[in-house]
Design a protein around this ligand. Structure first.
Ligand code: SF4
Ligand code: SF4
Length: 461
């Protein structure tokens, strides 16, 4: 287990030019979801940059309040989009996170490292975890925790570590999706239009489509780990919609993208996963298409994980990152779709931070829905929501680690979704799907949450 522990610097190493580019104007403050929860400067981009700069220059030492200020950052990069001076906030917060890992509770660090290194990259273990969770939901495990908490309360143990532990586990169940309707890692890949029969099951290193010459385009399909376990149906919808529009997908050996490890400061694990994906996918002549925007942003980010000193892997990572497409980037190819609807629906769009801020893709999905509305005026109305590009509070495993702040951020998001009077809210990232579905339940918002492709799959023949 020793190699799970990050051995990085105790003080963040950040290019002084990046730190000095912040002119403290504060224009990023209204774009920061955590600042908007309590208006505390230490929970704002400007405040965080100020603290991290002082820490990196050894003017202040590590403290719990410093850690709290950094760890409550969602890493949504809304501030980076808003900043007129072009401050590279991503570089600043990632370095701070990597240094922070050295001060983390050793048990938690080993536990998360174990999950990032041995569970998420292993499809067999993921599948086993999926069946355990499914069983847990089937026997209504939440009631078991409720009962334990009830009895601990009866014995006046509300302040004990036991109570806190079970209470946290109970809280985490808020973010579990319903796993009852599908089997993960079982995608049906179709031939191109008009054939819609499954032509093959997904398996390693198989070029799936048997008629590639009839396709307009073909990509390698990146399933993601959490995405495929929790949202297999969404991956299937992407494959279906692409097939209906003459775009084929092929499978190729792959592993977890490493985003969750990186965002929790475990950069060594993220690098190892990146090197594996570059080896598996880098030599494939097809571009790579990705369903979940969190994974896409990470795969596009691989070139930043290495430096020229790392040798060949650096140039391979640069080439690899340029060959990645988010599924939201190809939407323009289908904007003349005719929808199979009898009643008018009202659709809103929540921009995943990993699409809007990390990949700088702002307009494409909005333009797509506007054109879809134009082509189907009697059946679809596209309703822009307030603060569509603000984080929903999911942010990888942020909602599990900082549940209370995450729920405050989510409450604001759900208020705007409710006000828009929607039938559907669509987005492009599995974390957002989970978070918004939880938000609908918690805050009694009667809106169906779907991935963009999931909605399209139900609306087209
Ligand atoms: S990060 Fe940018 S917007 Fe925020 S205070 Fe610094 S210069 Fe201003
Ligand atoms: S990344 Fe998001 S949460 Fe963090 S400081 Fe920037 S806007 Fe705020």
């Amino acid at each position: 287990m020793a190699d799970l522990i990050n051995t990085s610097e105790l003080y963040p190493k950040i290019d002084p030019e990046i730190l000095d580019s912040c002119i403290h104007c504060g224009l990023c403050l209204p774009a920061c979801p955590t600042y908007l929860t309590d208006y505390n400067e230490n929970h704002s981009p400007r405040g965080r940059i100020h603290l991290i700069k002082a820490w990196s220059q050894k003017r202040i030492e590590y403290s719990d309040s410093l850690s709290q200020s950094i760890n409550t950052c969602l890493m949504c990069l809304g501030c980076q989009t808003a900043c007129p001076s072009g401050v590279n906030y991503e570089a600043i917060i990632e370095s701070a996170k990597v240094s922070l890992i050295n001060y983390q509770n050793p048990f938690l660090r080993k536990l998360t490292g174990f999950v990032f290194k041995y569970i998420l990259p292993n499809y067999l273990v993921l599948k086993f975890s999926y069946y355990l969770l499914k069983l847990w939901q089937f026997i209504n495990g939440k009631k078991i925790f409720d009962l334990i908490l009830y009895f601990l309360g009866k014995f006046k143990l509300e302040n004990s570590k036991f109570y806190g532990f079970f209470n946290k586990l109970n809280e985490l169940q808020l973010f579990l999706p319903d796993l009852s309707n599908y089997e993960p890692f079982n995608l049906e890949i179709h031939d191109c239009n008009p054939c819609t029969k499954p032509s093959a099951k997904m398996s390693d290193n198989v070029l799936i489509c048997s008629r590639p010459q009839k396709l307009d385009k073909q990509y390698v399909f990146f399933t993601g780990c959490v995405m495929e376990v929790f949202y297999h149906n969404v991956n299937q919808s992407v494959v279906n919609v692409l097939a209906k529009n003459n775009i084929g997908v092929a499978n190729n050996k792959q592993t977890c993208c490493g985003a969750l490890a990186l965002h929790n400061g475990q950069i060594d694990i993220a690098r190892k996963l990146a090197a594996k994906n570059i080896a598996y996918l880098g030599s494939n002549p097809l571009g790579v298409i990705v369903t979940g925007s969190g994974c896409t942003a990470m795969l596009k980010h691989y070139e930043n994980l290495f430096t020229p000193d790392d040798g060949e892997i650096y140039s391979k990572a640069r080439a690899f990152s340029r060959n990645i497409q988010d599924s939201a980037q190809v939407l323009a190819k289908f904007d003349n779709l005719k929808l199979n609807l009898t009643n008018k629906i009202r659709v809103g769009y929540h921009a995943a931070c990993h699409l809007a801020h990390a990949q700088n893709i702002h307009d494409e999905p909005v333009e797509f829905f506007k054109k879809l509305e134009n082509n189907n005026k009697a059946y679809l109305q596209f309703i822009p929501i307030e603060e569509a590009e603000y984080c929903c509070g999911s942010a990888g495993i942020y909602n599990l680690m900082n549940t209370q702040t995450s729920l405050l951020v989510l409450e604001r998001k759900m208020k705007f979704i409710k006000e828009a009077g929607l039938n559907y809210i669509v987005t492009s990232n599995p974390g957002c799907l989970l978070q918004l579905q939880t938000g609908c339940e918690l805050f009694k918002v009667d809106v169906k949450v779907m991935h963009i492709y999931e909605l399209l799959d139900t609306l087209i023949n």
